[in-house]
Design a protein around this ligand. Structure first.
Ligand SMILES: *Cc1c(COP(=O)(O)O)cnc(C)c1O
Length: 418
C-alpha cells in the first residue's frame, strides 16, 4: 500500500503509516489481542460508509436513506447468529469495553455488585478494575486463579459468590490460557441468583470455529471484541438470550452510544462471513496448535509456562524461575529489540502490585493469519529464548532481529487474504 492520498495531505503521516506497515511486516507480532484483518475487511472498513451518520437499528433508523446500511447490519447480525448460535446479536458496540458497559447498564443499578477475576490474574480492566469506571459505578469483588496451578478454582469462586452475593458474575478473560467450565459458572450464578456474563473478547474466533467450548447456552450475555481471534476489524458485539434484546439494545443506543460506526459494522460483516468459511477453521486450528507447540518448546527450554500449556491462542510465561533478574518490562524491551512484539503481564504468583509484572503474554493469532504453523513454533520459541537471554547483549539482539526479519519475509502479510 502506498498511502498516496494521505501523502498528498501530509508526508509526515504517510511516513508513519509506511513505517508501521513495514514494522508489522518484519516483526513477529505476538500481542495476544492482535490479529491481521484481511484485505476484504480493510476494504469494507475504509469504504464510503464513513460518510454516513446512521442512528438506531435496522428498520428503525432515525434518518432516511439507510436501506443499504440496514442490509449490511442485518447481514452482520445474521452471520454472528450463525457463528455463535445466538438468539439475539447487537453489532453496534464501538469496542468490547463498551459492549461490557452496555450489559452492566442494561441489568445493574449503580451500587449493585460484580464478581470477576482479578485483572492481575488475567481478568480485564472493564471487569471492575480500580482504574475503570465500573469501580465507581458498582461494588466490585474478585476471585483468583490458584497460584500453584494457574487454573480457575471453582470451589473458591462458589465460596466467593456466596460470601459476596453479587448481582453479576463475569467469566471470560484477557490472559487465561485454560479451558473455562461455562456450565459450572452457570451453576454458581444460579445459586446466588446473579446474571452471568461471559466475556469472549479473546476467544470468540476459537469458539466460532468449534475449537473451544461455547458459553452461549450457559450465559445470559456474551460480549466480545472483533479484532482479536475473530479477525473482523475494529469494534465489539453482544450476544444474548431472547429474554434481553430490548434492555441491551436500548442500553447501548441511545443510553451509552450515538450513531453506529457503519464502516466497522461492514468490516465485521465481512470478517464474520469469512469466519463461516472452512478456511477459517483451518486458521483457528493452526492458531491453537501453534500456541500448544510454542508452550511445549518454551517449557522444554526451561521456561515456566503458566497453567502448564494452553487451550487457546495465548501462552503466558513466568520469568521468576528462569530469568529472576529480568522484569516483565525488561523482557518486553529485549524481545521488541529482537523484533518479537509481546506484552508484559502480571502472573498469579506476582506480588499484588501492577508494576510487579514478571510475565510475558504471547499470542499466535497474527502468526497463524500469516501462515506460520506449529512446525515454525520451534524456531519462534528458540528466537524468544535467545532474546530473553540477550537482555544485556545488543549485538545478539540485532542478530535475532535479522533472523526474525528473514522468517517474516517467508510469510508476507499481504498473503493473508483468506
Ligand atoms: C480486549 C478485551 C476487552 C476490550 O476490548 P476492546 O475492544 O479493546 O475495548 C474486553 N474484555 C476482555 C476480556 C478483553 O480481553
Amino acid at each position: 500500500m502506498s498511502y498516496e492520498h494521505v501523502g498528498s495531505v501530509t508526508q509526515e503521516l504517510r511516513q508513519s503509516l509506511e513505517a508501521e506497515h513495514a514494522r508489522q511486516d518484519q516483526s513477529l507480532m505476538m500481542i495476544g489481542s492482535e490479529n491481521i484483518a484481511s484485505s476484504a475487511v480493510r476494504e469494507a472498513q475504509g469504504s464510503m460508509l464513513t460518510n454516513r451518520n446512521v442512528l438506531g437499528y435496522p428498520d428503525s433508523r432515525l434518518y432516511p436513506g439507510a436501506d443499504s446500511m440496514d442490509a449490511i447490519e442485518s447481514f452482520a447480525i445474521q452471520c454472528a447468529k450463525d457463528l455463535w448460535d445466538a438468539d439475539h446479536v447487537n453489532v453496534q458496540p464501538h469496542s468490547g469495553s463498551l459492549a461490557n458497559l452496555a450489559v452492566y447498564l442494561a441489568v445493574l443499578d449503580p451500587g449493585d455488585s460484580i464478581l470477576a477475576l482479578d485483572p492481575r490474574d488475567g481478568g480485564h480492566i472493564t471487569h471492575g478494575d480500580d482504574r475503570h469506571i465500573t469501580s465507581d459505578l458498582y461494588e466490585t469483588f474478585y476471585y483468583h486463579v490458584d497460584p500453584a496451578t494457574g487454573q480457575l478454582d471453582y470451589e473458591e469462586i462458589a465460596d466467593r459468590a456466596k460470601a459476596v452475593d453479587p448481582d453479576l458474575i463475569i467469566s471470560g478473560y484477557s490472559a487465561y490460557p485454560g479451558e473455562i467450565d461455562w456450565a459450572r459458572f452457570r451453576t454458581i450464578t444460579d445459586a446466588v441468583d446473579a446474571f452471568h456474563l461471559a466475556d469472549i473478547a479473546h476467544i470468540a474466533g476459537i469458539i466460532a470455529a468449534g475449537e473451544y467450548p461455547s458459553p452461549v447456552a450457559h450465559a445470559d450475555f456474551c460480549t466480545g471484541s472483533r479484532y482479536k481471534t475473530i479477525r473482523a476489524g475494529r469494534g465489539g458485539f453482544i450476544l444474548c438470550d431472547q429474554q434481553y434484546p430490548d434492555v441491551v439494545d436500548t442500553a447501548l443506543f441511545l443510553y451509552l452510544q450515538g450513531g453506529a460506526a457503519l464502516p466497522n459494522i461492514a468490516g465485521k460483516a465481512v470478517g464474520f462471513a469469512e469466519a463461516l468459511r472452512p478456511e477459517f477453521q483451518t486458521y483457528i486450528q493452526r492458531t491453537v496448535t501453534s500456541a500448544k507447540a510454542l508452550a511445549t518448546r518454551l517449557s522444554e527450554s526451561g521456561i515456566d509456562v503458566v497453567a502448564n500449556g494452553t487451550k487457546t491462542h495465548i501462552v503466558v510465561i513466568n520469568l521468576q524461575t528462569s530469568h529472576p533478574d529480568l522484569t516483565g518490562s525488561e523482557a518486553e524491551r529485549a524481545l521488541e529489540d529482537a523484533r518479537i512484539v509481546a506484552n508484559k503481564i502480571t502472573v498469579p504468583t506476582d506480588p499484588r502490585h501492577p508494576s510487579g509484572a514478571s510475565g510475558i503474554r504471547f499470542g499466535t493469532s497474527c502468526l497463524a493469519s500469516r501462515g506460520l504453523g506449529p512446525e515454525e513454533m520451534e524456531t519462534v520459541a528458540d528466537l524468544i529464548v535467545r532474546a530473553l537471554n540477550a537482555a544485556t547483549d545488543p549485538e545478539e539482539r540485532n542478530r535475532i532481529a535479522q533472523n526474525v526479519a528473514a522468517l517474516c519475509h517467508q510469510y508476507p502479510i499481504s498473503d493473508t487474504e483468506a
